[in-house]
Design a protein around this ligand. Structure first.
Ligand code: SF4
Length: 728
């Protein structure tokens, strides 16, 4: 759809004009003293480059950024940051950062952004919000958010009268896992993942490329397991870094993981290798499961997966031999083929048979600090249940589904009239969403984007609010459920650059203008943090010095032997057979469906992370860009020879629906099979304001026009796309 009312605006010219390169980037080594010899300050932070939230310390020398290092007391990082976290200073130094609020205006028959004051921007937004409330109702405003500051806009939304928000991390990432484990155990895996790999004797990775995907603490515990000679089993069509460290590598045919998981369950049950006491004590549904898996022996699985039946048996024996210290890892980004909740259910069931949930070397019991909320009135709940209107087909989704919210912003009958997007570049996050986004932009009465960078999403907004980076602001205390309860402080290491501000300040300013200030009873967020810390025996002053405070556990880390446990499922047991799924008309036990086959000369598009980049936002970070300036498409030598492609050639990729990518470099490697190609996510930006990365590499999300919707929780399966080559 062509944009009418709200045209897509490219920010490049506007932002490039007068763009100032930060002095730290221009100065070079020669003009600075030796690092560490100037006037130094050290400030606590919590890394925001990915969601692992490692605590660290920012070292500033003579007012200029020097380095950021891990905090030794931090259970998330144990004193070490990953490559990306170490490069976090680049987010502060990025010359392309948004600098001031921008308002969409019409000039000479064209739409453009005009830099405005905060007062003008807030006045515009508050006016539109008031009109929406009067004309349509307060529940017609929605929020899509990713990242720490999103909580402040959630508070604003609730105070205003709407509970309609979603995090793309649910429907585009780990939602199937959380729903599947919730159905099976009554609770999800959570973040950080409650995997006890440091004590595992056997770790099974199904498509998880830990080591390339640097979830810091998790990588460290996997290395601990490997150093202690744990058996590593990696299931991946690609020879990943983890596969290279594994005793068993299972190069499975893409899309057939459930077949393998069912065969493993078949072997464990039929050969009596499951934990009989644990299963009898804690689970329901073994009889139905036993009957269900009878046809799915390793010989059957061989025909689907291409894996030798003996390899399937041997790996099942290896898992059983180390149980319960065997962890079948649930993965993190698991929205692949649309049957993802069922695949995650199969993983949850396999872990239950091995007795690993709540056991050392399997899944530990998480605990966090009992941190009171700052005293403030609680807004009333809206009368309408927006989920019943916007996503009624997914009653088992415990939270908002981002693409459903966006669909409910598009079209003349749209439910939502206003949308806030915080910290998430939707065109690169939600697959096949561009047309919906354009229709939403054409239709909404208010479209606000809050970000640090002029990413593609900003081009759709009425108002762009520039947030300062995580190195320039306070945020909520990090209080993640973990092995060791702890709090960590993020505080400003620098004054906000340009005319940027923190999210807590923006949300409060808007609330005051809307006469909702009572829900934000503070002037400075530091006061909120200090009050909270004092309730748990600390203070802001103490945390400004230490950055992290650990607390003793109040509950055990694992189940006691033969402990009586009531799980939070309807039966109070671990549900191998899910009555909830049956009652909602879904398969109560995981069912395998063979994946679609590619047309001739098409290859499945696999994607993942590289160690230098997390999301599209890190590719413009000058420090991380230097480490990995472009992505490459991995091509098997057989395929490369057929297409006469050499290492370093550039090609374009064309998907099954004719969408053609930007040009991308070829990497010829045996590490991917002949039926698939692979690329690192986050490249192929078109926003010209991202001057380093715009036009570089290919965008995997842009090639995902075949999206397989998970019927249970609305996840967008993204691995059902095939590409062929167009010579560049
Ligand atoms: Fe930062 Fe790396 Fe930790 Fe993520 S894993 S929070 S990028 S240091």
């Amino acid at each position: 759809m062509r944009l009418n009312r709200r045209e897509f605006i490219k920010l490049s010219g506007l932002l490039a004009a007068g763009g100032i390169v930060p002095p730290a980037l221009l100065s070079g080594c020669s003009s600075r003293r030796l690092p560490g010899t100037g006037k130094l300050t050290a400030t606590p932070t919590v890394c925001d480059i990915c969601f692992w939230k490692c605590a660290g310390t920012v070292h500033v020398e003579d007012g200029l950024p020097w380095k950021v290092v891990g905090n030794d007391d931090d259970p998330h990082s144990t004193g070490r940051l990953c490559t990306r976290g170490t490069g976090g200073l680049g987010a502060y130094e990025d010359r392309d950062r948004l600098r001031q609020p921008l308002l969409r205006v019409h000039q000479n028959g064209k739409q453009t952004f005009k830099p405005v004051s905060w007062d003008e921007a807030f006045g515009f937004i508050a006016g539109k919000m008031q009109t929406i409330a009067e004309k349509h109702g307060r529940d017609r405003l929605a929020l899509l958010a990713h990242g720490s500051g999103g909580s402040h806009f959630e508070r604003l939304l609730k105070a205003y009268g709407s509970h309609a928000y979603a995090h793309p991390s649910f429907a585009q990432c780990r939602g199937p896992r959380e729903v599947a484990f919730g159905l099976t155990y009554g609770e999800g895996v959570g973040s950080p993942d409650r995997t006890d790999m440091e004590h595992s004797r056997c770790v099974v990775l199904v498509g998880s490329h830990i080591g390339e995907n640097l979830h810091n603490g998790q990588v460290q515990t996997l290395i601990d397991a490997i150093n202690q000679d744990a058996t590593l089993i990696t299931v991946d069509p690609r020879f990943s870094v983890a596969a290279g460290k594994s005793k068993y590598w299972l190069p499975i045919k893409p899309g057939t993981d459930i077949a393998l998981l069912l065969a493993w369950i078949n072997v464990l049950i039929n050969e009596g290798l499951y934990d009989k006491d644990y299963v009898a004590r804690y689970t329901v549904g073994l009889d139905q499961l036993t009957q269900h898996v009878q046809p799915f022996n390793p010989e059957w699985a061989y025909l689907e997966t291409g894996l030798d039946p003996e390899l399937i048996r041997d790996t099942a024996y290896a898992m059983a031999a180390s149980a319960p210290a065997t962890l079948v890892h649930p993965g993190r980004h698991v929205t692949w083929y649309g049957d993802d909740t069922q695949r995650e259910r199969a993983i949850a069931i396999l872990n239950a048979l091995l007795g690993s949930w709540g056991r050392k070397g399997g899944f530990y019991i998480q605990e966090k600090v009992d941190l009171p909320a700052y005293p403030a009135p609680q807004p009333a709940k809206p009368e309408t249940d927006w989920k019943a209107v916007v996503q009624p087909e997914f009653p088992l989704a415990p939270t908002g589904i981002s693409q459903k919210i966006l669909q409910a912003c598009a079209g003349p009958e749209a439910y939502f009239k206003g949308l806030f997007v915080y910290g998430t570049n939707l065109p690169h996050t939600i697959p096949d969403i561009k047309a919906t986004l354009e229709a939403a932009a054409d239709n909404l009465d208010l479209f606000v984007v809050i970000d640090t960078l002029p990413a593609e999403i900003t081009g759709y907004a009425d108002v762009v609010l520039p947030e300062c980076t995580y190195l320039e602001r306070y945020d909520d205390l990090r209080n993640s459920p973990e092995r060791v309860p702890s709090l960590a402080l993020r505080m400003p290491a620098f004054e906000p650059s340009h005319d940027t501000r923190p999210a807590w300040w923006m949300a409060r300013q808007l609330a005051v203008r809307l006469e909702l200030g009572e829900y934000f009873p503070w002037d400075d967020y530091a006061d909120v943090l200090d009050w909270q810390l004092k309730q748990v025996g600390s203070s802001l002053e103490e945390m400004q010095a230490s950055g992290v405070k650990r607390y003793p556990r109040k509950t055990p880390l694992y189940f006691a032997d033969r402990q009586d446990i009531r799980f939070q499922t309807p039966s109070g047991k671990i549900e191998l057979y899910s009555r909830t799924l049956a009652e909602h008309g879904y398969d109560p036990l995981p069912v395998y469906t063979a994946p679609e086959k590619p047309a001739e000369n098409y290859y499945r598009l696999n994607y993942g992370r590289g160690p230098a980049h997390t999301f599209g936002r890190t590719t413009n970070n000058p420090l991380l860009f230097e480490l990995m300036p472009e992505n490459a498409v991995w091509v098997n030598p057989r395929v490369a020879s057929q297409w006469q492609l050499k290492n370093g050639d550039y090609v374009q990729l064309k998907n099954q629906d004719g969408v053609i990518s930007n040009r991308v470099r070829v990497r010829v490697t045996e590490r991917t099979g002949a039926n698939a190609v692979f690329m690192v996510h986050g490249f192929g930006h078109t926003a010209r304001g991202l001057r380093l990365t715009s036009g570089v590499g290919a965008d995997d999300a842009g090639l995902m026009t075949n999206v397989k919707l998970d019927p249970i929780m609305g996840g967008t399966g993204m691995r059902a796309n095939f590409v062929t080559f167009v010579k560049a």
